[in-house]
Design a protein around this ligand. Sequence first.
Ligand code: ATR
Length: 271
Amino acid sequence: MTDRYAVIGHPISHSKSPLIHKMFAEQTGQDISYEAIEAPLDGFAATIERLRAEGYKGCNVTVPFKFEAYRLVSSQQRARIEAELAKAVNTLSFLDDSQIFGDNTDGIGLVQDIQQNLKVVLSGKRVLLMGAGGAAYGVALPLLNAEAKLVVANRTEDKAFELASRFNADRITGCGYEALSGQQFDVVINATSSGLSDELPPLPPGIFAPGALAYDMMYGRETPFMRFAREQGAAQVADGLGMLVEQAAEAFYIWCGVRPDTVPVLAALRG
Ligand code: ATR
């Protein structure tokens, strides 16, 4: 019987996830269906209940429901550590005993994309993570697990301190943008929402070390940060499409126990 999955968001019509999971399923021979479902803003929990009642096996969760999805599973201690630290869930698994398990595969997806697809090893590298909102929280732990030396910079400095202290590790520090003057990084990741308003975080010039990677977690168009990185001579400039495919692959693995090959899928999406 076909196992049913979905992605839930609002809005959701632009989502590439159904196409990505269809390609994964074809490639691995898994018998699954995957659709995009728009939940009303006040109807996330009801939508999850409906899917469970209809026998779905799991779903991905996207904007603006990741925190609600976390709350749903955290009260029963059914959130994996990445989700617990991020306070955000992007992958729900509906288990046979009627429990729901929550994961956050965003950070693993980012690390996979950087290391496997872009061929940048993170261990020992100086990594600047810009932003201290949900997107930054979602990726901090996997970056630390990859042994990066992490600096979190945020416009509202206090939030960067708070993020850094949440992880309680000596390889992560928080700061404002002014403190970055004179520093260089091997990897600079934009986890702010600045691209949505066509803005650039206030980065000082000279921030990119020789051979540096500039990574914007947004995809779909060139952001001011990506333009800045090219002008400043970053060796590689990447958008977040690879992260999207890799986080989907991790969710697919959680559900189906099979790891898809992401290379042809990413190539197909890039056209
Ligand atoms: P998300 O869930 O996408 O992370 P969020 O929680 O609203 O969204 O967080 C947005 C992040 O982008 C914040 O870190 C925000 O900085 P502030 O905490 O100072 O508001 C950051 N951000 C948004 N626009 C920005 C800009 N133009 N320059 C720098 N940072 C920006």
